[in-house]
Design a protein around this ligand. Structure first.
Ligand code: NIG
Ligand code: FE
Length: 415
């Protein structure tokens, strides 16, 4: 049995508890524990409260005393990334800034297809190595759970290579990697058949192996004029649902339509939504599907932000993720992007923090993280400050000085 460890005192702990899953949140609703302590045992939190009281009442076997001012928040959860890939798309970025659009580049054979070509050339081991490197960088920025999509393989074998690489990376990285199968990213240019035929082949050939090898519990699709339509995807999503997979959708990125597909198929999340109109906002707000804003894609492509304010005011639930990928979102810095979305969309600190903690956990259907409370995973980030507002105020430039994952100190800036 591991010993109990008390960590603190923190000037402020922001546990993100007692807040709603849906709708707007005022900063005054945020609970702040002053002079707080966190008691952990094994990988979970066993108590949280006033440091001195915990010390007196519990008499922990070990105490880690912090000197100076520290603020503690739940480990960030990045609910949408594509960090398993080969190669680079620096030339796409240059071409876009010189006037070509994302879709023009895609139509001329670049874009996602370019990364598919480069990812197919990489070995599984190389993909594992790349994924570990990127995941460890995210960890230092306070992200303790990272969703990672396939979708640059686009054959049964190549998708398996990606998902096995992600599974192996998960064994060697400190953050938890949550895999998602995105074989429905685009119709591969070398597939001789229709969208429906491709999806049928993937569902039949890949889905059972995902279950057997425990490679992914989540199925994603890109619903867009350049990718798949609601008609194409119906049977695919129905089969996935029948087999017990969670559904998630790349929705309304350039044209509206995907969020309706997400809601119709009871998706856990609808991600992107840059092109969502009033109709889609209302549809999502009245559903159980979490809206996921991807400000990194707006910054990467130079396009509109997701209407996050409208989604929250309509009563929707909003998570914020980095979409870290080689094409549309090469930056991969969740905290910076979430802060920027907050300034452009007028989101409160509470709404932004909710979007990268417990609402992001809900987008991944995870109930064991995203808040700091008894029984939940001891995943948290610590910032040198006496005021939690500094975290977003610094727009990503204030990095955590410590990160704890599963009750272990996995990053310490001073070491
Ligand atoms: O989330 N929209 C489609 N998929 C990714 C981009 C992938 C890429 O461009 O490589 C996205 O933005
Ligand atoms: Fe994406």
């Amino acid at each position: 049995m591991e010993k109990t460890t008390l960590i603190g005192p923190f000037k402020q702990i922001i546990p993100m508890t007692g807040l709603p899953l849906k709708g707007a949140i005022k900063d005054s609703e945020l609970q702040i524990i002053p002079d707080g302590g966190i008691l952990i045992k094994d990988s979970v939190i066993v108590a949280i409260g006033n440091f001195q009281n915990l010390q007196a009442e519990i008499n922990p076997e070990e105490t880690i005393l912090l000197k100076g001012n520290h603020v503690c928040v739940p480990g960030f959860i990045d609910a949408h990334t594509h960090i398993c890939f080969g190669g680079s798309r620096a030339k796409d970025y240059a071409m876009r800034n010189a006037g070509k659009t994302y879709l023009e580049i895609a139509h001329s054979g670049g874009g996602i297809w370019d990364t598919v070509t480069q990812t197919r050339m990489a070995t599984q081991e190389e993909l594992t190595k790349n994924t570990i490197k990127r995941a460890n960088r995210h960890l230092k920025n306070g992200t303790t759970t990272i969703e990672v999509k396939s979708g640059y393989g686009l054959t049964v074998e190549e998708e398996l290579k990606m998902l096995r690489a992600i599974k192996n990376a998960n064994c060697s990285t400190l953050p938890d990697l949550i895999p998602t199968c995105l074989a429905a990213h685009m119709l591969p240019k070398d597939f001789l058949g229709t969208e429906t035929a491709y999806l049928a082949e993937i569902a039949e050939g890949l889905f059972p192996i995902l279950k057997a090898e425990k490679l992914a519990n989540r199925i994603d699709a890109f619903i867009e004029e350049s990718a798949f339509s609601s008609k194409d995807i119906k049977a695919y999503f129905e089969k996935a649902t029948k087999m017990g997979f969670d559904i998630t959708v790349h929705a309304d990125q350039f044209t509206p339509g995907g969020s309706k597909v997400a809601v119709d198929h009871n998706a856990v999340s609808a991600d992107h939504l840059e092109a969502s109109t009033e109709n889609e906002v209302v549809l999502l707000a009245n559903s159980t599907t979490i809206a996921v804003a991807l400000p990194g894609a707006s910054i990467g492509l130079g396009c509109d932000f997701t209407p996050a304010r409208k989604l929250l005011d309509a009563g929707g639930s909003l998570a914020i993720a980095s979409d870290h990928n080689p094409g549309s979102a090469p930056m991969g810095d969740l905290l910076t992007q979430a802060s920027i979305l907050g300034t452009f969309q007028k989101l409160t600190n509470a709404e932004v923090l909710a979007g990268i903690t417990y609402r992001a956990a809900a987008a991944l259907n995870l109930s064991d993280r995203g808040k700091l409370a008894e029984g939940l995973l001891a995943d948290f980030g610590v910032f040198h400050s006496d005021n939690y507002q500094d975290i977003l105020y610094n727009q990503g430039n204030l990095k955590p000085c410590m990160v704890w994952k599963d009750g272990n100190l996995v990053y310490d800036k001073h070491k």
